[in-house]
Design a protein around this ligand. Structure first.
Ligand SMILES: C[S@@+](CC[C@H](N)C(=O)[O-])C[C@H]1O[C@@H](n2cnc3c(N)ncnc32)[C@H](O)[C@@H]1O
Length: 370
């Protein structure tokens, strides 16, 4: 299929092509070449909120599974009658490859994965380690864990699939050389630090925004009770179940305590290259969008106090003890003056004092995220 036709049909390139373009390391690319994706994908998947069944739409199913996109494999935690919110997926292969590259797995290392999902990433880890017995993967959903167990066994990987809460790790086989999470966390669990060998790595999607739509890939070296390192890139992953936050933002309809013209508009939050650094520099808030009779409005809601802001095309309304939009505009101006550093210039330290984001080095400008 030509690139133009592919674009017209709204398909992304195959993941094999995407991996070549993305400059993935040879070891990781070889693992992908040895472990095909489709044996791990269930017959029913979801695309744009609708089910796609392999039996009735085999070509569509195959195209979706071959593309460099996430394939949704469960919605609403498997409970019927929900909103169709994705709760498990096979992540986009180029993102998985970037995470495996960051994890830098060597032969014979002990590895723990949190978020088994389909089991495909666990199979890739087995290939990289060379010994399935040294790979343990944890899935919170018993139905998914059982399915992944079957798929891994059928593909010849006798790895350990544990059904349980991955936030607790799996102490029986600790310490691990490598810990990888394939779901987003805001609080990196203490158990992951305690179960990682000194000098070992934790690679996990991290987001300071409770339940927020996007985060960053953290690559943390564990040493002396701290986990520390630079972020690798921005990315978007579903949340660790226990850290999901779908609470309603406060005061969506409250009378404003302050109304003023917008200095820098809501595009601050609509462009990920701006929004992600802001989420690192301004702690304890989240945002969303909502349609109103006045057109689309961006809302911002604090997670540490009843503070809020509503950003219209021409004005911002604010209330509560924090002036959230003022904080975001100030942080944006500071970031702009600093030459607009990208997420890979920021890093994270996790330890007894909680989570601290810094710019450049751990001793650089820093922000406490609790
Ligand atoms: C993006 S999917 C994982 C993709 C998977 N690695 C693969 O190769 O298919 C995220 C998974 O994390 C699981 N999960 C969420 N919270 C969890 C927890 N507390 N412990 C273990 N797994 C969890 C979800 O059920 C979901 O299957």
């Amino acid at each position: 299929m030509s690139g133009v036709r592919r674009q017209r049909e709204g398909l992304s390139m195959t993941f094999e092509a995407a991996l070549r373009v993305a400059g993935v390391s040879d070891r990781v690319a070889e693992a992908f070449a040895r472990v095909p994706r489709h044996p791990f994908i269930p017959d029913r998947i979801w695309h744009r909120g609708r089910p796609v069944d392999r039996a009735s739409a085999p070509d569509r199913w195959r195209r979706l599974v071959a593309a460099d996109d996430a394939v949704v494999t469960q919605v609403d935690d498997g409970v019927d009658g929900g909103w169709g919110i994705p709760s498990s997926s096979s992540s986009a292969p180029s993102i998985m490859a970037a995470m495996l590259d960051a994890l830098d797995v060597r032969p014979d290392q002990w590895v723990l994965e949190i978020g088994t999902g389909t089991g495909w990433n666990a199979a890739l880890l087995c290939e990289l380690v060379g010994d399935a017995d040294r790979v343990t993967t944890i899935e919170v959903d018993p139905v998914l864990a059982e399915r992944a167990r079957g798929a891994l066994e059928a593909a010849g990987y006798r790895t350990r699939v544990v059904t349980g809460d991955g936030a607790e790790g799996f102490p029986a086989l600790a310490p691990y050389d490598r810990v990888i999470a394939t779901c987003t966390v805001r609080d990196v669990p203490k158990d992951w630090l305690a179960q990682t060998r000194d000098g070992g790595l934790i690679v996990a999607p991290w987001s300071p925004q409770s339940g927020g739509p996007a985060g960053v890939l953290a690559r943390l070296t564990v040493r002396g009770g701290l986990a520390e390192g630079r972020f690798v890139q921005g990315l978007s992953f579903m949340w660790l179940r226990q850290q999901r936050d779908r609470a309603r933002p406060h005061d969506l309809d409250a009378a404003p305590e302050q109304t003023r013209p917008v200095e820098v508009g809501r595009e601050l939050l609509l462009d990920g290259t701006v929004m992600l650094p802001l989420s690192l520099m301004v702690p304890h808030w989240r945002f969303g969008m909502r349609g109103t009779s006045d057109g689309p409005v961006v809302w911002v809601s604090a997670t540490d106090s009843p503070s809020w802001a509503r950003v219209h095309a021409d004005r911002v309304e604010q209330g509560g003890p924090r002036r959230l939009w003022d904080e975001l505009e100030t942080a944006h101006a500071w970031w702009d003056q600093r030459g607009r550093p990208g997420v890979a210039e920021f890093g994270l330290t996790v330890g007894p004092r909680g989570h601290t984001v810094w710019l450049g080095e751990p001793s650089g400008p820093s922000w406490r995220h609790g």
